[in-house]
Unconditional design. Structure first.
Lengths: 288, 327
């Protein structure tokens, strides 16, 4: 057994509360997410399976049926913007789920008893989830060349920015749910139930114009649609297409007959993210 | 700063109809090792949770390191270290990463962190394993790391909730060795709970808790002296024996764990008398100097294990009742 007699009696130092302390807490929680993500290579790999499956298997297979409908554009290229959103969606949700694991394995308690604001912990967690998800997004951006999309700086930066924002909003949503849903099984079941409808309704796999009214309405109230549309707009602005084809495949988000500007769409995603984050903080600030 | 580490006044916590802690009055001085002893379900963990601001009391007040546990929650948290009953380490991080994370959350100055990290890891004997993932650690190593982590931010009061529960006897005694060494190295108050009698001997003072109340509070020596008499356990025909002991010797005996127990002065000398005059067959006899278990028994009339059985029974009944209410 190691002896400690050599160590002098430590004096008591009680750190004081400060903004710097809160920022440090945010940073440390964020860092933990990154450490954990990058040490889990299997997770990096598995969360990429689904986007690639959609893009190459579904995209290639279905193109036999739809070659007329895309006006000569490869179905894979059409699906690509939706896949950019999808990569982020799944990873961000998995990050948020880790808070449920943290609760089950007890680590959440270590964070919740710390003398920092709960908001710092929730913000750190969301920022961590967003970073990790955006990293997955970058991998999907990197394969643009495989589906005939050019690597233009404006495209890469624009798409990355929206992915980051979307990732933050999705993580905030997941963290908010994890405040109430304490069992992993229930959490998984609920996210499975929510994610696919959100994804299908968002217009990620089909153009959101000329839809039946019911589908059109559902598409407009799906928050994910406000991230998918601007990504598609950016990607399509870098493709050379016949005007008629562009009109059909990238009609864009409309409210009535009004074309919603990209900035407003991004604003909608940001606003939803902010509200979800606020709810998540409020939920985690409660005690028994 | 006040030298009183923990002070409670009529501290109470009820969950619905069930009163887990009933009006606790308690003062722990700075530098003390204070033990909370009692069966599972006696209210020890609830009390610790209240003192650590994890649970809000339903009545009474308490201060920790001079700060009110309800109104100055963050101040209290900054002044305490906490080791839970269940592990709260991140198994996917290394020992050092776990400690660095803790330091970040508790605002340990970066300039001091390197030295402190080394000091704490040396103290719990894990410096060589600092780069290993916590998942690869044994139960005892995890517990030691948690104790080290609880100390990292140099708290005034360290709360240890059942620090050795679920560990093998050898690991238990090594954890205690670390705790004793720790007392030499740090100017700290230790507040711990345990339901192992032998461990309570390590404390400066002990509060014995049962049914949410403190039933005795003193040094282990004083508590044992208060029993005064030796404990005699005989294996015989229980019910008749209790009546006979009262009738012939004026002794108050109780039946527990399949034996009849009573307290008598100079137990060794009493045994021959007993054998000479007792009409029932005695299959076995055991005489012992008073232990803390006897203290518990003399105050409650039952052993700790009996108490745990009824506490378990009680909580099952409470759960059943709650289920019934929901229907």
């Amino acid at each position: 057994m190691t002896a400690v007699q050599t160590a002098p009696v430590s004096r008591i130092r009680v750190p004081s509360r400060s903004v710097a302390g809160e920022l440090r807490a945010i940073k440390i929680v964020w860092q933990r997410e990154l450490i954990r993500f990058f040490s889990d290579r299997l997770r990096i790999l598995t969360s990429l399976v689904q986007p690639f499956l959609f893009l190459f298997v579904l995209g290639t297979g279905l193109s036999q049926l739809t070659s007329g409908g895309t006006g000569g554009l490869s179905l894979r290229t059409f699906l690509y913007p939706g896949i950019l959103a999808m990569a982020v969606l799944f990873t961000a949700m998995a990050s948020a789920a880790s808070i449920v694991w943290d609760r089950e394995f007890g680590f959440l308690r270590e964070m919740l008893v710390a003398p920092v604001r709960r908001s710092s912990i929730v913000i750190g967690k969301c920022a961590g989830g967003a970073t990790v998800a955006a990293f997955q997004g970058v991998i999907v951006i990197a394969i643009a060349g495989l589906v005939g999309v050019p690597y233009a700086p404006g495209l890469v930066l624009g798409v990355f920015g929206i992915q980051l924002l979307l990732a933050f909003t999705i993580t905030a949503f997941g963290v908010m749910m994890s405040a109430r849903i304490k069992q992993m099984q229930s959490f998984m079941a609920l996210t499975q139930m929510l994610i696919l409808p959100l994804y299908f309704l968002s217009g990620a796999v089909f153009p959101a114009s000329n839809l039946p009214t019911w589908l059109s309405v559902l598409n407009r109230i799906d928050p994910l649609a406000y991230a998918v549309d601007p990504i598609r707009r950016i990607v399509f602005s870098h493709l050379t297409l016949a005007p008629a084809v562009r009109q059909r495949l990238d009609a864009g988000m409309t409210w009535g007959s009004w074309r919603v500007p990209t900035l407003l769409e991004v604003g909608v995603v940001a606003a939803i993210g902010a509200v979800l984050l606020a709810i998540a903080i409020a939920e985690f600030s409660k005690t028994d | 700063m006040t030298r009183t580490a923990v002070a409670t006044t009529r501290l109470t916590k009820r969950y619905g109809e069930f009163e887990a802690v009933r009006g606790l009055d308690l003062t722990v001085e700075g530098g003390e090792t204070f033990g909370f002893l009692g069966p599972n379900g006696a209210g020890k963990s609830t009390t610790i949770s209240m003192l650590c601001t994890l649970v809000t009391p339903t009545g009474g007040t308490a201060t920790v390191a001079g700060h009110d546990i309800v109104r100055e929650r963050d101040e209290v948290r900054r002044n305490i270290g906490l080791v839970f009953q269940d592990t709260t380490l991140d198994g996917y991080l290394t020992a050092e990463q776990n400690l660095r994370l803790h330091a970040g959350l508790y605002g340990v100055p970066k300039s001091e962190l390197g030295d402190r990290l080394r000091q704490v890891l040396d103290m719990v004997g894990l410096w060589d394993r600092r780069g290993s993932k916590v998942n690869t650690f044994s139960g005892g190593m995890k517990r030691r790391l948690e104790i080290g982590r609880g100390l990292l931010h140099s708290p005034r009061v360290l709360f240890l909730d059942e620090p050795t529960v679920g560990l093998d006897p050898q690991t238990r005694s090594s954890i205690w060795a670390y705790i004793r060494e720790l007392k030499q190295a740090e100017d700290i108050t230790i507040f711990l709970t345990t339901h192992y009698m032998d461990e309570a001997e390590n404390c400066d003072r002990i509060a014995i808790m049962d049914h949410g109340r403190i039933i005795a509070l003193d040094t282990p020596e004083a508590l044992k002296a208060s029993v005064g008499k030796d404990r005699v356990r005989i294996d015989t025909d229980d019910e008749k024996a209790i009546a006979l002991l009262a009738e012939r010797f004026g002794l108050e005996a109780t039946a527990s764990e399949g034996a009849v127990t009573f307290f008598v002065e100079q137990g060794e000398k009493f045994v021959p008398t007993l054998f000479g005059e007792f009409p029932l067959p005695i299959r076995a006899v055991n005489v012992a100097r008073p232990s803390l278990d006897d203290v518990f028994m003399s105050y409650t009339g039952k052993t700790m294990r009996d108490a745990e059985a009824t506490a378990g029974q009680r909580s099952r009944e409470t759960i059943a009742k709650l289920r019934g209410m929901r229907r």
